[in-house]
Design a protein around this ligand. Structure first.
Ligand code: FE2
Ligand code: FE2
Length: 151
């Protein structure tokens, strides 16, 4: 049984995969709006949560682990750029749909890499107490993200 923080992150990823699948097939505008709100909330909290917890920790490790964390943070940066652009583009147009597909495609590659590289590294390097602390930092940032208008 994995630590509850890792379980939480994996559950978030599963939700993101399902939401991404739904949103790219939603052709009705009201449905898109509703799904986008859910996807946005899930993704923004998760991105900011990870940026406040696992990645600062992994960046401190050094070597390949630091380089992989740097890369993941750049992927977060690009995801945020796309999210901001999506909020400025008309939701009933083809451009919005194309952009949301790119966001979903990129996010899938990103979360697969987190599960393959970063989470096992955390489990290897952290004591359960350290994972508790990282979970706390994650949740604080996630809560703050909910209060923000945009990421
Ligand atoms: Fe991430
Ligand atoms: Fe993640």
């Amino acid at each position: 049984m994995a630590h509850e923080f890792i379980e939480h992150l994996l559950e978030d990823h599963e939700e993101q995969r399902q939401m991404g699948e739904e949103i790219r097939h939603a052709m009705d505008l009201d449905e898109r709006k509703e799904l986008w709100e859910e996807f946005y909330e899930e993704l923004s909290g998760h991105l900011l949560g990870e940026e406040a917890s696992i990645f600062p920790f992994l960046q401190e490790v050094g070597g390949e682990t630091t380089m992989e964390a740097d890369k993941a943070l750049q992927e977060h940066h690009v995801a945020k750029l796309l999210i901001r652009e999506l909020q400025d583009v008309s939701m009933d147009g083809d451009t919005w749909l194309a952009k949301v597909k790119v966001l979903d495609d990129m996010n899938r590659v990103h979360i697969d890499a987190e599960e393959r590289i970063h989470f096992p590294k955390l489990v290897q390097l952290c004591t359960p107490d350290q994972l508790d602390d990282l979970f706390e930092q994650y949740e604080e940032a996630e809560e703050e993200a909910e209060e923000e208008e945009t990421i």
